[in-house]
Design a protein around this ligand. Structure first.
Ligand code: NAG
Ligand code: NAG
Ligand code: NAG
Ligand code: NAG
Length: 359
């Protein structure tokens, strides 16, 4: 929860300086910001927060510690998070770079499982593309570690290539690699440098160019006339794999609008935003006609649902998240309305847990 809010604020922050030319609805935008700031500010006590969320009953007092952080506690946890990040990051560089990630059991580097292409657990995220290093760029920014950000940027710019025989999940490559490259580009080129001096000498849009290169490769996933829904995976070098899986989770297909939209904006090329937004709308239209809820998996050959479990967890969560974030970033009312409709269905039809039952 805390991390989600943090992401959200970060996303808004990185966009503040870029937002002038974007069609933002400032009233709703500032409402959202105020709301977040109020909720995280120090004057908010457990009582107030419980009232805010309508959680007044005695039985919920036991959860107080999760509702509120004092300034001291917040700082302690902040430093702890930073320490944990540095530990992971340093050991990645020491034991695993230039592979994608550190295998913590064997303490060595790990990349795609080329011998077992169907090992999607590993292969979906790992693409032989410096995953952890790229993924960490924005953490270094948030922690204000200018020296290390510049050093890591140099490694990425000199050595990152997407010309790889790796079949990755479009969703993972988008949120991790594309997202990180775009955020880094925004920060490096931001004239106000909100996180400290993250400017890179002689920067020539390398992060943006890398993002563009990756996105062109991912674009082949949208070549699916059967249902207009994207293939879940692409081979970075060869496009859609011959024996591609034909099912995808809702999140996997519908969580691309932020990165693809931002790329379109930065490149002044509408195609990325269009394919991502189209998919988001196709999924929305697939809601159950009675409840308005979404399933968690569909077949991309015929567009039919094949996972009928609805919920807020894995498989669906980030679809909903991106509807709202996309409104915050781009200011399209349409997505806000989609979000509100989903919220209504969820409130009405999903079984509620402890909180609502005891109200
Ligand atoms: C920046 O990151 C490097 C690598 O993790 C670390 O050694 C250094 O202490 C960090 N600097 C600051 C100011 O946190
Ligand atoms: C690409 O990788 C796959 C699986 O890892 C392998 O079977 C195939 O031979 C490779 N293709 C080329 C052209 O190297
Ligand atoms: C890029 O990779 C090559 C080969 O692995 C290495 O020699 C070089 O030092 C790397 N560049 C940077 C900036 O680390
Ligand atoms: C997906 O569907 C296509 C066309 O029906 C088929 O050729 C392919 O084998 C299917 N993929 C899998 C993994 O079943």
């Amino acid at each position: 929860m805390k991390l989600k809010i943090f992401n959200f604020v970060f996303l808004i922050t990185i966009f503040i300086s870029q937002s002038c030319t974007i069609r933002l609805d400032y009233t709703l935008y500032s409402q959202l910001i105020n709301d977040l700031q109020e909720r995280t500010s120090d004057k908010y006590t457990p009582e107030l927060i419980r009232n805010y969320f309508n959680l007044n009953q005695q039985s919920l007092k036991q959860f107080d510690e999760y509702l509120y952080f004092s300034e001291n506690e917040r700082n302690r946890l902040k430093n702890l998070a930073k320490e944990m990040f540095t530990f992971g990051y340093d050991n990645y560089l020491k034991h695993a770079y230039p592979q994608d990630e550190l295998d913590p059991i064997h303490c060595c580097g790990r990349g795609p499982d080329h011998l077992r292409p169907d090992n999607i657990n590993v292969n979906d995220a790992l693409g032989d593309y410096l995953l952890t290093l790229v993924d960490s760029l924005t953490s270094l920014i948030v922690f204000g570690n200018s020296t290390e950000f510049k050093r890591a940027s140099k490694l990425v710019i000199e050595n990152l290539s997407f010309d790889k025989n790796s079949t990755v999940q479009v969703f993972e490559a988008t949120i991790r690699i594309l997202g990180s490259l775009l955020s880094s580009h925004l920060i490096v080129t931001n004239e106000y440098q909100p996180f400290g001096d993250m400017k890179i000498e002689n920067y020539e849009n390398e992060f943006l160019n890398l993002a563009h290169d990756l996105a062109v490769r991912l674009l082949s996933a949208f070549n699916n006339e059967n249902s207009n829904l994207p293939y879940p995976r692409v081979n970075l070098k060869y496009g859609i794999p011959l024996n591609s899986y034909n099912h995808t989770c809702t999140s996997g297909a519908g969580t691309l609008v932020l990165e693809f939209g931002l790329l379109s904006y930065l490149l002044n090329d509408p195609i990325y935003e269009k394919v991502a937004r189209d998919v988001s709308e196709i999924i929305f239209k697939k809601r159950n006609p009675i409840t308005g809820l979404l399933g968690n998996e569909f077949n991309i050959r015929n567009g039919e649902w094949q996972g009928f479990m609805s919920g807020l967890g894995a498989g669906i969560d980030s679809y909903l998240e991106y509807l709202l974030k996309s409104f915050v970033l781009f200011g399209h009312k349409k997505e806000l309305n989609m979000f509100k409709e989903m919220k209504k269905s969820i409130k009405t039809y999903l079984r509620h847990g402890l909180v609502e039952q005891s109200v």
